[in-house]
Design a protein around this ligand. Structure first.
Ligand SMILES: [Zn+2]
Length: 410
């Protein structure tokens, strides 16, 4: 699920504090009114918590330009302070004393001008308004765990909405619900969507103005990758996939539950295809904790899978090129073991160093065995490196396990 966290975390190395959440968000219920014409977003959220330690303070990041009109709990106003602390670069944080939150929920309302979004990857665009954690449109704190949501949107008539989760609509009211806990509430609205479906309607592709040969290639490659992945690893979770493709050539593409946002250039090239393959591979590689170093079990597995998919489709020369690029990318990156010990994250290591480790493992045990191993990792729902090592020991012996343990330190 990629999370293409490629981007949350390209913000650099960040510290995460603990695996045990002293505060844990459970669910968001929201009513969001958006006017593209007036470029305004009016938000009303009820955030429910699973844990809330009484002695602590709640910290939620939200848009820097937002004006708060209400923060309450159990129909009583809460006092709060605002700090300039930022998580994604254009947000600020609200601080609330937990002891004043009496029913495990907070209610908050705010308004902001969409034209004030500063994120160059996801700016206000009246034809393609894409909001997600990168532009901090909803109140969040990644330290508070994964959550589900039910969001109602009130939009101007001609607008359409796509996003992560079940989406349904009546004339100008849209509902987006996600019952699989995750870390983002991403959606795109437009009055100009064009769409095609691929892989027997399993994948719906939305775009603005892709040329016919680009959509044809996309359709073909989605089908080839999905078919290959099903063949290699067995079935993944059921459900459809929404693929939103833009030509803004942003550095960020990302995958969430059932939703992929893919940024390509004017023409669809082999690098775009690799990104597509990586994002589709996250439909299989999405089980490990994303806020810790264990995220390499998502990111590196998706990355190396994309390299295998390209090898199958484009041959050995393409494979050598990809491995060479991988070697270049990981020069000077810290080891996975280092991230573990220091409780830090580094996206190059999480995505690429781990992928290189997988390449070396593949060389060691052979391509056939490697594919079987990946299938087992998926089917056994392995979420932790320690369990991955156990599986390796069981299948290939102590020596191979030690080889990996050693590679983790490099
Ligand atoms: Zn990824």
């Amino acid at each position: 699920m990629k999370i293409h966290l490629k981007s949350i975390f390209t913000l650099g190395i960040f510290l995460f504090t603990s695996f045990l959440f002293s505060q844990k968000i459970k669910h968001y219920t929201g009513t969001i009114e958006i006017s593209i014409e007036k470029h305004l977003l009016n938000a009303e959220f009820i955030i429910s918590f699973e844990h809330l330690s009484k002695s602590d303070e709640l910290k939620l990041f939200f848009p820097k330009s937002a004006t708060i009109s209400e923060i309450s709990s159990n129909a009583k106003s809460l006092t709060y302070t605002i700090t300039e602390e930022s998580f994604v670069g254009e947000d600020k944080a609200i601080l609330i004393k937990n002891k004043n939150i009496t029913d495990g929920k907070i209610h908050l309302k705010y308004l902001f001008d969409l034209k004030k979004i500063e994120n160059k990857n996801f700016p206000f665009n009246k034809d393609w308004l894409e909001l997600n954690i990168y532009n901090a449109w909803f109140p969040f704190n990644l330290d508070y765990g994964l959550f589900t949501y039910d969001i109602n949107f009130i939009l101007e008539n001609e607008l359409q909405l796509i996003g992560s989760g079940q989406v349904s609509n009546t004339t100008n009211s849209w509902k987006m619900s996600q019952n699989i806990p995750f870390l983002d509430i991403p959606f795109i609205i437009s009055s100009k969507f064009k769409s095609i479906s691929a892989a027997k309607k399993k994948v719906n592709v939305y775009h603005l103005n892709l040329e016919k040969n680009t959509t044809k290639t996309l359709e073909k490659n989605i089908e080839t990758h999905l078919k290959q992945l099903n063949k290699m690893f067995g079935k993944t979770a059921k459900g459809n996939l929404t693929l939103a493709v833009n030509q803004f050539k942003r550095v960020t593409s990302y995958a969430r539950k059932g939703f992929i946002s893919l940024s390509i250039g004017k023409t669809y090239d082999l690098n775009d295809d690799k990104t597509l393959a990586h994002e589709i591979a996250h439909l299989w590689w999405n089980k490990a904790e994303v806020s810790s170093w264990e995220d390499w079990l998502n990111e590196s597995f998706a990355e190396y899978t994309s390299i295998i998919l390209q090898r199958k489709q484009y041959g050995e020369e393409n494979f050598s090129k990809n491995i060479k690029e991988l070697e270049e990318t990981i020069k000077n990156a810290p080891s996975l073991q280092e991230l573990k010990e220091k409780n830090t994250k580094n996206q190059t290591t999480i995505t690429y160093k781990g992928a290189y480790l997988l390449y070396q493992l593949e060389v060691k045990i052979g391509r056939k065995n490697f594919e079987k191993l990946l299938k087992k990792v998926h089917q056994k729902e392995i979420k932790k490196t320690s369990d991955f090592l156990k599986l390796i020991k069981q299948k290939f012996g102590k020596e191979t396990e030690n080889f990996i343990i050693n590679e983790l330190t490099k």
